[in-house]
Design a protein around this ligand. Sequence first.
Ligand SMILES: [Zn+2]
Length: 263
Amino acid sequence: MDLAPELSKQLDEAARVIVASQHVVALVGAGLSVESGIPPFRGPGGLWTKYGEPDMFGYQRFLEDPKRWWQERITRTPAYQELMEALEGARPNPGHYALKEMEELGFLHHIITQNVDNLHYEAGSRAVTEIHGNYRKLRCIRCNTRWPREEFPITEIPPRCPHCSGLVKSDTVMFGEPIPSDALEECIRQTAMCDCMLLVGTSAVVYPAAGFPVDVKRQGGKLIEVNPMETNLTDLCDVVIRAPAGKALPALVERLRHLSGKS
Ligand SMILES: [Zn+2]
């Protein structure tokens, strides 16, 4: 692949940092999904720009009247319909496959993703924590048991958990809903071990994700940003790769293979 000299230099440096690290974690945001054709929420072509901001008290309203929430789900609003069609039609892009290869090569130990699109699993990645859930799953809000939608027959509304009779909702985290405790604990565990965090397509302005890179830096770890645009974290980063993930990550894997003699 022909790359600009500046980009090539950034990639070489990133590969050196990764090879010298013990526990590499990727923090992934919407930018990676946009490259798979999933519309962003804000900005031009954004779902919220087009249909209006979603209900900031979504989770509270779910708790107040779960039956009504489920009925609305079944009828589907235009925004929800468009998002579901985009999610169902999306396929992993070269960035997703590169992260899977990095894991296979032993250079990536965990992915913390803010995306709900299931594309990391579809690409073949194994160690993944989805902090905002997975649109293809349902979850019990009491015991955190998750089921693929198609394996949970809905015979009553709202559906109840067969284990603890807690309320069942989509696994996707709503506004006002706490991050599921098991996912949050895993992120904290991974961040504590992390000595190199790869920030892929995320501006990391939403907490708790925004705190993880800051923690890594505080404990003496390195940060590598892969993003076509500058973010709030750019100034904190040790290496900045100014390119889309679908272009940068495969080139990074190439270098890692070379450095490790696995090419
Ligand atoms: Zn339960």
